[in-house]
Design a protein around this ligand. Sequence first.
Ligand code: NAP
Length: 248
Amino acid sequence: MSLSGKVALVTGASRGIGRAIALELANNGAQVVVNYAKDSAGAEATVQAIQAAGGEAQAVQADVSDFKAAEGLVKATVEAFGSVDILVNNAGTTRDQLIMLMSEADWDTVLAANLKSAFNCSKAAVRVMLRKRAGRIINIASVAGILGNAGQTNYSASKAGLIGFTRALAREVAARNITVNAVAPGFVPTALTNDLPAEIKEATLKQIPLGRWGQPEEIAYAVAFLASDRAAYITGQVLTVDGGLAMG
Ligand code: NAP
């Protein structure tokens, strides 16, 4: 599964799943841009971990919910490493609340960070990929976008939207040898899930056939596969990596 000679851009790679993805792509030989919005120390730690393992990486700040900033991020990637062959739209956030208590800002922030960001980054990256007649886009969705979670109408809608976006874009760019897929993680302990009430965590655990949480690395392995030549004939798919939680 060599990714040597490939340039990868991973959004939201300062910690959690994004950091694991950045490390795994670098372990497979890709040069990696580690994007973050606020957590510069976290992004630098990701870069250092990659370099310590003999890889090449650079941190680039950009709030990917902002169209111009996302455009600048793709430009910075091309300036740093000469191209963008793999885009992983991983950046994401939550503002959980029952709909009666959810503010307009809670809705807008989550939709912009989780869904509009993928449009912003993909639009800029596809321009480069179309010219190369090759590319891989991998969107990090969630089982919440398939099953729906109470208290997460904003988050679930953004992730379901990301799945529709994946399939539509896959059809648009397939003729140019660009694949677009989604990975939908189940429950992975990170900063994003830290604050969930213990009773919700316990109830979710009982519904997971494999009987345990996932690890960030287990999401990263799926992403690295979809980014590789081995996955050349796979496009428009949603790969759930969830211990069987959302199996149809
Ligand atoms: P996390 O630990 O909170 O990390 C989120 C990352 O996204 C951070 O690096 C954060 O960087 C970045 N980010 C947030 N908003 C951003 C923005 N506007 N622009 C650029 N970067 C931004 O969360 P995680 O659990 O690793 O989640 C990663 C992805 O997996 C998300 O899309 C999430 O929805 C998805 N996911 C997670 C789980 C889970 O159980 N953990 C399950 C399903 C799906 P800054 O702090 O610098 O902003």
